[in-house]
Design a protein around this ligand. Structure first.
Ligand SMILES: N[C@@H](CCC(=O)N[C@@H](CS)C(=O)NCC(=O)O)C(=O)O
Length: 194
């Protein structure tokens, strides 16, 4: 989504993470945290972590800005992106990974372990997610986008949180109408369709 929003084209290698490509060479050495995406530079340096990759690409391609242009904009966007990641994405991730049978044996991203899927983590994840949604709703009552009047990286991060939340039928459409309005509009962007 970030690449489409920024109109950046990169050569892409697709890994089949269900078939454990990320644990095979050369990828296991490139990202020992065994997750996609990661970016390999021409000198062989590897940058993993989605937000770190996006931040690097934004430095090279400042417009359209998704991380903010001024110190204040950058701080506000960073604040919201962290809230979305820490308070929304993590609970949604743990609820999802402890719930869907496909994730048995892989409850922590990029691992294969015998840690069992715990129903209590699904319930707690949903409860924490609901607290996050309750805090996000008033922000979207007053703002078109997550971090204010302009689209930002926080919208992209949150798009994935709401996608995961929708699986849990949390009644977003009726209980959080402003989140629903934002999500419907964001889903229609070419980057979401891509
Ligand atoms: N912290 C990483 C997490 C990335 C992540 O969870 N990627 C998943 C995408 S499906 C993955 O590669 N999973 C592989 C696995 O769990 O084995 C980031 O933000 O980029």
């Amino acid at each position: 989504m970030f690449l489409v929003e920024k109109d950046i084209e990169l050569p892409v290698v697709e890994l089949n993470v269900r078939d454990d490509d990320q644990f095979k060479e050369p990828f296991t050495s490139m990202n020992p945290f065994h997750c996609v995406p990661f970016l390999e530079l021409d000198d062989g340096t590897v940058i993993a972590e989605s937000i770190s990759v996006c931040r690097y690409l934004e430095e090279l391609n400042p417009e359209p800005s998704l991380f903010g242009r001024t110190p204040e904009e950058r701080a506000i966007i960073d604040m919201w992106n962290r809230r979305v990641e820490l308070d929304g994405f993590l609970p949604a991730l743990h609820a999802t990974r402890n719930d869907i049978p496909l994730f048995a044996g892989r409850v922590v991203p990029g691992t294969r372990t015998d840690l069992p899927q715990l129903p209590a983590m699904v319930e707690r994840g949903k409860e924490m997610l609901d607290i996050f949604l309750g805090r996000l709703e008033p922000q979207l009552a007053d703002n078109e986008f997550i971090a204010g009047p302009n689209v930002s990286i926080a919208d992209i991060t949150c798009f994935f949180v709401i996608n995961m939340a929708n699986r849990f039928e949390m009644g977003i459409e009726t209980r959080y109408p402003n989140i629903h309005r934002w999500f419907t509009a964001f889903s229609a962007r070419p980057s979401a369709e891509a």
